[in-house]
Design a protein around this ligand. Structure first.
Ligand code: ZN
Length: 236
């Protein structure tokens, strides 16, 4: 990971160039967050395992401050758990029961949302969705693990945008608070998880392009059911 800055002047915002120092600090926390997020997504940090601030600081070559900030953010996303006096560890894997509940919730809400989004679709929104989907399909260099974690994030954005266009903010927030995508992608690190999803997103985009609500609803149900079936082997 490429977080290379001298040990001096990282966290302090001095009088000269103070704004830049603050930005740099912000950038470090962001980079630390991305790096740890990726390790969690591809199970390089195993679910339930201890996370030592010291080790991460050394590995990423930053001070403890940005690491703690990053871990705090990941805690908010349910990927990291902090225990008093013990410290941080990676959240345990979701249970089979929670997995079933999450997919049940998605199947209750997202197909209908896709239908509504299709009926409220306009060119600008379609362009937004195509853009997010396009980022996912682009091969980003050779690092399969970084690609995988980026996919998890963009898939979350893609689905969130559809919920936004569907127009019910409460439904959108309900799903957002579950951080579903982060938890399900962490079940299994496998290229099949991402590649098949791309085709399913294409089917959704076609339905949106045609402003075909019923087709969008069907495509979304299909996508979620297949996603569930792809990840089920993680429990075997
Ligand atoms: Zn998706």
């Amino acid at each position: 990971m490429n977080i290379l800055l001298s040990r001096e002047g990282r966290d302090d915002a001095g009088e000269v160039g103070g704004a830049r120092a603050v930005n740099r600090h912000h950038g470090l926390a962001e980079e630390a967050y991305e790096a740890i997020f990726a390790q969690l997504m591809v199970l390089r940090i195993a679910p339930g395992s201890r996370i030592t601030v010291d080790n991460l600081a050394r590995e990423l070559n930053v001070s403890q401050t940005p690491i703690r900030e990053a871990l705090g953010r990941l805690e908010g996303e349910g990927l990291v758990v902090k225990t008093h006096l013990i410290g941080y560890r990676a959240a345990p894997q979701i249970t089979r029961r929670r997995f079933d509940e999450l997919y049940d919730l998605r199947l209750l809400l997202e197909p209908e949302a896709a239908l509504r989004a299709a009926r409220a679709m306009d060119d600008k929104r379609l362009e937004t969705l195509r853009e997010v989907a396009g980022v996912m399909s682009r091969k980003q260099g050779g690092d399969e693990r970084l690609r995988y974690s980026a996919f998890a994030r963009h898939d979350a954005v893609f689905h969130d945008r559809i919920l936004e266009f569907a127009g019910n903010e409460l439904v959108r927030q309900t799903l957002a608070h579950q951080h579903t995508h982060f938890h399900i992608f962490r079940l299994m690190f496998h290229s099949r998880v991402t590649e098949e999803a791309l085709d399913e997103h294409e089917a959704l985009l076609s339905a949106f392009a045609a402003r075909d609500g019923k087709a969008a609803k069907r495509a979304m149900r299909d996508h979620i059911e297949r996603s569930r079936d792809r990840l089920l082997p993680a429990f075997e």
